[in-house]
Each structure stands twice: as structure tokens, then as C-alpha cells.
Design a protein around this ligand. Structure first.
Ligand SMILES: NC(=O)C1=CN([C@@H]2O[C@H](COP(=O)(O)OP(=O)(O)OC[C@H]3O[C@@H](n4cnc5c(N)ncnc54)[C@H](OP(=O)(O)O)[C@@H]3O)[C@@H](O)[C@H]2O)C=CC1
Ligand SMILES: O=C1O[C@H](COP(=O)(O)O)[C@@H](O)[C@H](O)[C@H]1O
Length: 508
């Protein structure tokens, strides 16, 4: 299988990046690199940020001679203390790589709003830069912190830690605000301190392999070009399911709910890539222009096209108020007012504590006109892009049932990554996005106007939920979620194929 033999060595990856960077007109990035993880003592840092840096190091994208990593937080930790804290999360490479990587990490402690800590941090970075003797240097600040401290931390970086001889870039995590006004306020505060090309608003779904494949699939295959519109497609579902609840994060989650946690960002970004028009080129600004345009074409959400749910037992978490109306499940229909999509419902559905864990895009085609085989009985054609787990794309087709009879059945054309790309390791989303930041490629990051348009779509609905005008219905943990959600999907046109289940193929 040719896919399985793809050359993924660092040198081949570097050379393919060079040709891509020429196409995208990205500057060639050289010089010593300081990566500063703020909030280094926290959950995201240990589970995602440091492991992503480690994988980049193990694959040769970060090299001992050119990178240094600084952890910063208020907690009183030593360099070794931080190393011990994260060691258990750094997997998939040799002991030798691991100790080499850990030696690149230093820790500085300080608060998020006073000069001393940041002056000390700047001194450490500068000393490293001087010892490295590169002509130019690069500074990347990763804010693995609660958004409440972004403004003060960004102010401290701007005042005390800017790079005198090269770029300074800042990665900020979601949530970017709680509604349109708070997001705009945050954007304005950060916008006063940094240019848009210095700010990388991360949405880790944009780093997932099959999400990144969406544009290739749509615009590099003639097959899809004439099909991808209201003439052929009946409805599209973008679904996120988790088979666990808020798991001790109830206090955090209750302030946000599933729409702010998953739908307004992750699923809406996927929606943009599914629904947008072809960009003029692959330049980040061209792609983001098209995403912004399709977001602006979304009609106001109708409350009767929304179902909210809350799993039974959610309020047992002591940090969740007894009268919480926060949805842990939501199904929301988006309607796009443009030539391509008028009349096609996009059903964005997300839930916690459900029966399974998966994320997928399900494009359901219309019924066959003049249906001589009575295909309707079998179900419609569907093109499914399984984002996770078991990455795959499959097309559900009606075929002749093998045998002497002329009978039909549902089958599929299946591109399962586990089978087709047997020796290829699919990179973690964070790994890819941090590398993009180092390369200065903002294609997979959220631009300020996109963020505003996303909040414009969801803010009226969120305010109705916050004010109790829309209620979450209870559902059983471990179920499919509220039955009202399935009823809504059916009402807007989705037709379930009964008796057909796609089973990810496995290696014998
Ligand atoms: N955890 C996850 O899986 C995900 C997290 N995110 C986002 O990433 C960011 C960081 O998340 P996570 O690591 O879970 O957060 P944590 O709650 O673990 O906070 C990170 C660090 O920030 C400091 N901190 C915590 N609370 C405060 C506060 N109120 N004021 C100032 N500093 C504080 C603490 O460090 P110290 O006290 O040592 O200074 C803590 O170790 C958040 O924006 C979150 O929404 C996004 C996706 C997934
Ligand atoms: O951003 C978040 O994403 C995770 C799910 O991420 P995934 O990559 O495992 O699909 C979710 O659990 C969390 O609530 C949310 O904040």
C-alpha cells in the first residue's frame, strides 16, 4: 500500500514544509527559539502542551541546539519539580530522548500581573538567547491559563518580554469570551497589545487530521464539486459525542455549557470548512476570508430548532448549583442563506455522558428520483467523515446484493485510515498547531472577525438559555441523549438508515 510507505522522516518533512512555505509565502524561520508555557503547573500544560512539544522534539522539529522551554506559573516549583510533574505524560519516544527533552525545560515562578516575575522570565530568556549566539531569535508564549488572566498576562509580555531581535507570538486557548460583548472586549484588550499576526487563537479541532482534510477533499476532487450543494444534499450533521460526563470539571463547565464548550468553536469551525466557498488560494487570509463569509450568511437560530439536554446526575457534582439549567447536550440547526445552501439544514449536535465517543460529519444526499429499485427502503446515500476515533471516510451506497436475486442492500466505499495508512502516525492536533505557530502559518487559527461572527450566531440563543427561557430536558447518562433531538433531526429532513451499522475495519 503506497499510503503506508509515506516518508515521514524529519528531513522529508522539513523539505515538504519548505515547498509549502514557498507557496504560502511564509518567511523562512530560523534562529534560537524560546517557548514559554504560562500556566505550566496546570492540566492543559501537562496533558497537551508539553506532550506536543515533546513529540515535535522527538521527530526533530525542535532541536536541542535551537530551542529552550520555559514553564511559568505562580506555584512554587523547581525545574526538577516541573519535569517530574510532566514526565508521566511524555510518551512514545526513547528514554534518551525523554531526558534530553526534560533538560531543555526550566521553570520560573511569578504572578500573572506584576513586573518582577516577568522581568525575571525575560532575564532567563535573554540569557539563553545570548548564550545561543544566533543572529535572530524567536519567542513563543503559550497561554495555558484561564482566560480571566489573558489581559494582564499579555500586558506583562508586551511590557517586559518582547523579543528585541525577531518575532514574538502568543497562543491563546479557548474560551475566548462568553458571548459577543465579552469576546469583543477581550479581543479589544489583546488587540491593543498585539497585532493580529502575532495572536494565534487555537481551536484544537482545526489541528485534527480529518478536519485538515476537508478542504483537500472538497476542492481537490472533481467528484465532489458538482455534488456539494442544495441540488444534491438534503441535510448535513456535524456531531460530537463523549461517553463521559464533566468528570470533576463541573464547576468550570457549568459556567459555559456544551454550546460554548464545543458547538460555538469546534463544531462551528468544522461547519465553516464544510460549507464555505473555494478560497482564492491556500493563503491563510484567503481561507479565513471564506470562513468569515459563510458565517455571515448564517440565519438567526430559531429556538424551535434547538434541543437542550442535561444528563441525570450532572448536578450531583458539588461544584454545580442545584438549579443549574446548563446544557450538557445540545442540537442546533443552522441555516445558511446563500445560493449553495438555501434550504439545507446543518444539524450541529454535541453531548457529554452519551453512549459512545465519536465526532463526525454526515452528509446525507437526497432521495433518488424515479426510484425503480425502491432504494428508499434501503436508505439514502451518505458521505461520512469520521473525525475520531478510527479516522475514516466512507460513502454509503445502495448496491446489488450478491447472489442470484435482483435485490439491493446498503454497503459502503470505505477509506479507513488504520487500514490504508498502516505505518503512518497521525499527529496530535496540538503538535501540528504549535508547529504552525512556529512557522507563522495562521491558516488553522481563528481570526478576530471569525470569532466575532461565531459569537453573533450563538449569543441570542445563549442569552435565552442563561435567562432560563429555554430549558434543558433530562436524559439518561449512557443514552443517545434526549429523544427530542432525534425528533428534531427527523423533522428537518434527516432520514435514519435502519439496520445498517458501519464497523471500522480492523487488521486481521
Ligand atoms: N484542560 C483541558 O483539557 C483544556 C483546557 N483548555 C483551556 O486551556 C486553558 C488552561 O486550562 P487548564 O490547564 O485546564 O486550567 P487550570 O485550571 O489547570 O489552570 C492552569 C494554571 O493556571 C493557574 N490558575 C488557575 N486558576 C487561576 C486563576 N483563577 N487565576 C490565575 N491563575 C490561575 C494555575 O497555575 P498557578 O496557580 O501555579 O499559577 C494553574 O495551574 C483554559 O483556558 C482552558 O479553557 C482548552 C481545552 C482543553
Ligand atoms: O475543548 C474541549 O475538547 C474536549 C474534547 O476534545 P477531543 O479532542 O478529545 O475531542 C472536551 O472534552 C472538553 O470538554 C472541551 O473543553
Amino acid at each position: 500500500m503506497s499510503g503506508g510507505s509515506a516518508d515521514s522522516s524529519p528531513s522529508s518533512r522539513r523539505s515538504s514544509f519548505n515547498s509549502l512555505s514557498r507557496d504560502l509565502e511564509l518567511p523562512s524561520e530560523q534562529g534560537c527559539l524560546s517557548v514559554v508555557v504560562l500556566g505550566a503547573s496546570g492540566d492543559l500544560a501537562k496533558k497537551k502542551t508539553f506532550p506536543a512539544l515533546f513529540h515535535l522534539f522527538a521527530q526533530g522539529f525542535l532541536q536541542s541546539g535551537e530551542v529552550h522551554i520555559f514553564g511559568y506559573a505562580r506555584s512554587n516549583l523547581s525545574d526538577d519539580g516541573l519535569r517530574e510533574r510532566i514526565r508521566g505524560y511524555l510518551k512514545g519516544a526513547s528514554e534518551e530522548h525523554l531526558s534530553e527533552f526534560l533538560q531543555l525545560i526550566k521553570y520560573a515562578s511569578g504572578s500573572y500581573d506584576n513586573r518582577e516575575g516577568f522581568e525575571k522570565l525575560n532575564k532567563e530568556i535573554s540569557e539563553y538567547e545570548m548564550s545561543n549566539k544566533s543572529e535572530s531569535c524567536r519567542r513563543l508564549f503559550y497561554l495555558a491559563l484561564p482566560p480571566s488572566v489573558y489581559p494582564s498576562v499579555c500586558k506583562m509580555i508586551r511590557t517586559y518580554c518582547m523579543n528585541p531581535s525577531g518575532w514574538t507570538r502568543v497562543i491563546v486557548e479557548k474560551p475566548f469570551g462568553k458571548d459577543l460583548d465579552s469576546a469583543e472586549e477581550l479581543s479589544a484588550q489583546l488587540g491593543e497589545l498585539f497585532e493580529e499576526n502575532q495572536l494565534y487563537r487555537i481551536d484544537h479541532y482545526l489541528g485534527k487530521e480529518l478536519v485538515q482534510n476537508l478542504l483537500v477533499l472538497r476542492f481537490a476532487n472533481h467528484l465532489f464539486l458538482p455534488l456539494w450543494n442544495r441540488d444534491n444534499i438534503d441535510n448535513i450533521q456535524i456531531v460530537f459525542r463523549e461517553d463521559f460526563g464533566t468528570d470533576g470539571r463541573g464547576g468550570y463547565f457549568d459556567q459555559y455549557g456544551i454550546i460554548r464548550d464545543i458547538i460555538q468553536n469546534h463544531l462551528l469551525q468544522v461547519f465553516c470548512l464544510v460549507a464555505m466557498e473555494k478560497p482564492v488560494s491556500l493563503k491563510p487570509e484567503h481561507i479565513r476570508d471564506e470562513k468569515f463569509k459563510v458565517l455571515q450568511s448564517v440565519n438567526p437560530i430559531k429556538n424551535d430548532e434547538v434541543v437542550l439536554g442535561q444528563y441525570e446526575g450532572y448536578k450531583d457534582d458539588l461544584t454545580v448549583p442545584d438549579d443549574s439549567n446548563t446544557p450538557t447536550f445540545a442540537s442546533v440547526v443552522l441555516r445558511v442563506h446563500n445560493e449553495r445552501w438555501e434550504g439545507v439544514p446543518f444539524i450541529l449536535k454535541a453531548g457529554k455522558a452519551l453512549s459512545s465517543r465519536k465526532a463526525e460529519v454526515r452528509v446525507q444526499f437526497k432521495d433518488v428520483p424515479g426510484d425503480i429499485f425502491r432504494c428508499k427502503k434501503q436508505g439514502r446515500n451518505e458521505f461520512v467523515i469520521r473525525l475520531q476515533p478510527s479516522e475514516a471516510m466512507y460513502m454509503k451506497l445502495t448496491v446489488k446484493k450478491p447472489g442470484l436475486e435482483m435485490a439491493t442492500e446498503q454497503s459502503e466505499l470505505d477509506l479507513s485510515y488504520g487500514m490504508r495508512y498502516q505505518n503512518v502516525k497521525i499527529p496530535e492536533a496540538y503538535e501540528r498547531l504549535i508547529l504552525d505557530t512556529i512557522r507563522g502559518d495562521q491558516q488553522h487559527f481563528v481570526r478576530r472577525d471569525e470569532l466575532k461572527a461565531a459569537w453573533q450566531i450563538f449569543t441570542p440563543l445563549l442569552h435565552d438559555i442563561d435567562a432560563g427561557r429555554l430549558k434543558a430536558v433530562p436524559y439518561q447518562p449512557g443514552s443517545r441523549g434526549p429523544k427530542e433531538a432525534d425528533e428534531l433531526s427527523e423533522r428537518v429532513g434527516y432520514m435514519q438508515t435502519h439496520g445498517y451499522i458501519w464497523i471500522p475495519p480492523t487488521l486481521a
